[in-house]
Design a protein around this ligand. Structure first.
Ligand code: CIR
Length: 287
């Protein structure tokens, strides 16, 4: 039985404060739906999605995660939910605590049903459910190890922020960040490490960076990349996964990796990008 957030703050206050290292025990992923071509899209792609290529790219992503250490659990796809492979949006896992989303797009609501039992099977016991009127997509939640940023976007609302703030009180500072353009907070910013964020050098990215600086002083260093899509990276242990095909951004990220002894690996996700998917959205990483 999942706990609802209104009674959760008391329970969680017994937990130890949360720390982030970049290793993960598990990665939950989900097969592409047979209806993936009907996935939600901000703009229709100029060239339609090549479904066979999308499947190959998705498979390569899963193979890379396996190679980097986490045990990967592949949940079956759901033909009623064309976006189901974007599993990041269905929940967040911070330390030992999971929160199941009420996703901001009604078309996607229901994808989360299989997530709670899957997390339980992996041994998680602190699993909470957001309560209406909150809506949240995991793509709006960025945990840096020091702060939990909550993008307030078309998909994630202030009620979700308030509930997360109550849940994590005393464990981690929860910070609201307005997202003025694009889909999610993590469409323009992700973490390289606890102190360094990778941000898109675009209006939306600069606005987010200014908000973080205004709220937290100089708590973070920023590495700005010219391509929005390249600001969404996945860091697992000593490896950084970045999008293939964005050389100017890759050069900046390669330098950052070299300075920190991190291996950079590229993945071509062109067909998933057409459905507004980035790199983080394909997995739910469990520390
Ligand atoms: C959607 O619009 O919900 C999907 N087509 C894309 C979701 C991408 N999710 C993410 O980056 N976290």
């Amino acid at each position: 039985m999942m706990r609802f957030l209104f009674c959760a703050a008391f329970l969680i206050s017994f937990m130890q404060c949360l720390s982030a290292d970049n290793s993960y025990r598990f990665a939950l992923v989900r097969e592409l739906s047979n209806s993936f071509e009907n996935s939600l899209k901000i703009n229709p792609p100029k060239v339609p999605i090549d479904i066979a290529a999308a499947r190959q790219q998705h498979a390569a992503y899963i193979e890379l995660l396996q190679h980097l250490g986490p045990t990967v659990i592949v949940l079956p796809g759901d033909d009623h939910h064309p976006d189901c492979n974007f599993i990041e949006d269905t929940a967040i896992v911070v330390g030992d605590v999971a929160v199941i989303s009420i996703m901001g797009a009604v078309e996607r609501q229901g994808e989360e049903v299989v997530i709670e039992p899957a997390l339980r099977q992996l041994g998680l016991t602190e699993i909470y459910a957001l309560k209406k009127p909150a809506t949240m997509d995991g793509g709006d939640i960025l945990y840096t190890g020091r702060h939990l940023f909550v993008g307030i976007s078309k998909r994630t609302n202030l009620a979700a922020y308030e509930q997360l703030k109550a849940l994590f009180k005393g464990c981690v500072e929860v910070v609201a960040i307005p997202v003025t353009e694009g889909l999610h907070l993590k469409s323009v910013i992700t973490a390289f490490d606890e102190k360094t964020l990778i941000v898109a050098d675009t209006n939306a990215g600069q606005t987010v960076q200014k908000t973080i600086d205004a709220k937290l002083g100089s708590a973070y260093r920023f590495a700005a990349v010219p391509d929005s899509i390249a600001s969404n990276v996945v860091r697992i242990s000593e490896t950084l996964i970045v999008q293939e095909g964005f050389p100017a951004s890759e050069q900046i990220l390669q330098k950052l990796c070299d300075e920190n002894n991190i291996q950079l690996v590229t993945l071509n996700m062109s067909e998933l990008i057409k459905a507004d998917g980035a790199l983080t959205c394909g997995s739910l990483l469990i520390p």
